[in-house]
Design a protein around this ligand. Structure first.
Ligand SMILES: C[S@@+](CC[C@H](N)C(=O)[O-])C[C@H]1O[C@@H](n2cnc3c(N)ncnc32)[C@H](O)[C@@H]1O
Length: 252
């Protein structure tokens, strides 16, 4: 896994993570406010379980831990073992007993249990990846909320100047990262129809948040299938009609 990621991880990112491992609580000052906004938008209650996918060194953990309290759970998913170990250092230094990091690719990771919220902060490989989203959504409860923060092309007047710069910046990113566009949150709309979008820094960054749509999670599809199975059969045609069942059950 690590060697595959090494091919796609820019060396400046590996270097930064190396530095961060010595300062596990470090975070960029201007990002605090946005992390707090992202976590607030999840409306987590004490005791909630939350997924932080593409958690990196765990910059959002402090806000998530505060939101779910000591009875809740925070589960990070991170593809790089180097980065995951930095996140674990942050967990250890802060003495968090209810935070865990699953080392794996969001496109096929299988965290245990179901979750009340999912954050994808600065993680285009997750929020803009239909494959990663299709894998993760079944782990969300019916009333879960999701939030994504990231970079986008701006629609503002000076976009002609800024956008080439943003695209160049994005090319420095992971080789697996989807190309930048004006609505990188689009793949999320399939699962969350009522997304609220806020733009920052002249429209170069976005925060997209909202509830998952009814029927988007496997949990509700399973319930629906079980209701259909229990409904009395009314006629021969109905009895012979094919029953479509979900192929993979990933609930607890
Ligand atoms: C720009 S960093 C953001 C980290 C963190 N969310 C934060 O706010 O500081 C994106 C992270 O996503 C991870 N990542 C990229 N592709 C991934 C995938 N397919 N599955 C899980 N993690 C992934 C990278 O290794 C990196 O740590």
């Amino acid at each position: 896994m690590e060697s595959r990621l090494r091919q796609s991880t820019p060396s400046y990112f590996r270097y930064t993570i190396g530095l961060l491992s010595r300062f596990p609580n470090f975070d960029l000052p201007f990002i605090f406010r946005l992390r707090r906004k992202a976590v607030d938008s999840l409306q987590l209650r004490p005791g909630a379980r939350v997924l932080d996918v593409g958690c990196g060194p765990g910059g959002t953990f402090p806000y998530l831990v505060r939101a779910v309290g000591p009875t809740g759970d925070v589960v990070g998913v991170e593809i790089s073992s180097l980065v995951a170990s930095t996140a674990r250092k942050r967990i250890e230094v802060n003495g968090w007993k209810n935070v865990d990091v699953v080392e794996g690719d969001a496109r096929n990771a299988s965290p245990s249990g179901t979750f009340d919220g999912m954050v994808m902060f600065g993680a285009p490989d997750i929020y803009a990846s239909p494959v990663a989203l299709a894998n993760l959504m079944p782990y969300l409860k019916d009333d879960a909320r999701i939030v994504a923060f990231g970079i986008k092309l701006t629609n503002r007047r000076f976009g002609t100047l800024l956008n080439p710069l943003l695209k160049a910046l994005m090319r420095l990113s992971f080789s697996s990262t989807p190309a930048l566009n004006h609505e990188p949150w689009s793949p999320l709309k399939k699962y969350a129809a009522e997304l609220e979008i806020h733009e920052y820094f002249y429209g170069c960054f976005f925060l997209a948040s909202g509830p998952v749509s009814t029927g988007a999670t496997l949990h509700s599809r399973l319930e629906q299938a079980s209701e259909e199975r229990n409904r009395p059969v009314e006629c021969e045609t109905a009895r012979n009609a094919p029953i479509h069942e979900p192929s993979a059950a990933k609930t607890t």
